[in-house]
Design a protein around this ligand. Sequence first.
Ligand SMILES: Nc1ncnc2c1ncn2[C@@H]1O[C@H](COP(=O)(O)OP(=O)(O)OP(=O)(O)O)[C@@H](O)[C@H]1O
Ligand SMILES: [Mg+2]
Length: 260
Amino acid sequence: MSFGVLEGVRKEFLRPGRSVPLAAIEEASFAFEKGELVSLLGPSGCGKTTLLRIIAGLIAKTGGSVRIRGEEVDAPHPDFGFVFQTPNLMPWRNVLENVLFPMEILRRSDGAAKRRALALLEMTGLAEFELARPHQLSGGMQQRVALCRALVHEPALLLMDEPFGALDELTRMEMNDLLLDIRARTQATVVFVTHSIAEAVYLSDQVLVFSRRPARIVEQIRVSLPYPRSAATRYSGAFTALEHRASRALGVLREPAHAT
Ligand SMILES: Nc1ncnc2c1ncn2[C@@H]1O[C@H](COP(=O)(O)OP(=O)(O)OP(=O)(O)O)[C@@H](O)[C@H]1O
Ligand SMILES: [Mg+2]
């Protein structure tokens, strides 16, 4: 049995004052294994965030099923971590307090939690910033804090919604390597939303390409490029061939090198 299985997931949003609901997801069925990194790649507004929130149990689906480790997801699970498109840090808390927030909710803020938070800050290059406030950090640093916050309770499933979309290209590539490094160390399973073709191919074991809204999967691409991946990976012929395949599936004729 796969770690995650979606079958016939469908989502319609009711619209106030309109009799016809808005179809966000027409049909999504796919599976992923423990430890896999799977990207959801699709155009803006196609329904990626909606699908990720359904997998997280944050919003209800209209039809179909989502099972993680065999259990139907219908509410947020403490074993999930979520990284949003924007860092959403609490401005009045320092970095360490922000990272520890989920542990407070889970009533697990003890010495071990603090040690783990500090280890994550170290791993993400923020060791000297644990007492800083969010406004004293760059955008990339804030997003690294958000990543530490999502990882502090050691989630089995990490759900990431275009976490690096607002970053400059160099920082984004560094964050990609950081994510792969963390994934290798924690063995976390990751579902990653992006509309960057290069980012999806670079990170993933599996790329699911979505149509315009209402979303359905138009192509499923297995990425068997070896890990660890590096700058050399990006210039290999195999990488380019995968980018072209994803571009064709998206309906992009001339590929924008690094779509944001
Ligand atoms: N709570 C909601 N109520 C009504 N409609 C919604 C709601 N959330 C999303 N939608 C609609 O669902 C569609 C898909 O939105 P979604 O945010 O999932 O797209 P997306 O693929 O994540 O886009 P982007 O890449 O721009 O983030 C959009 O048309 C949006 O207006
Ligand atoms: Mg979105």
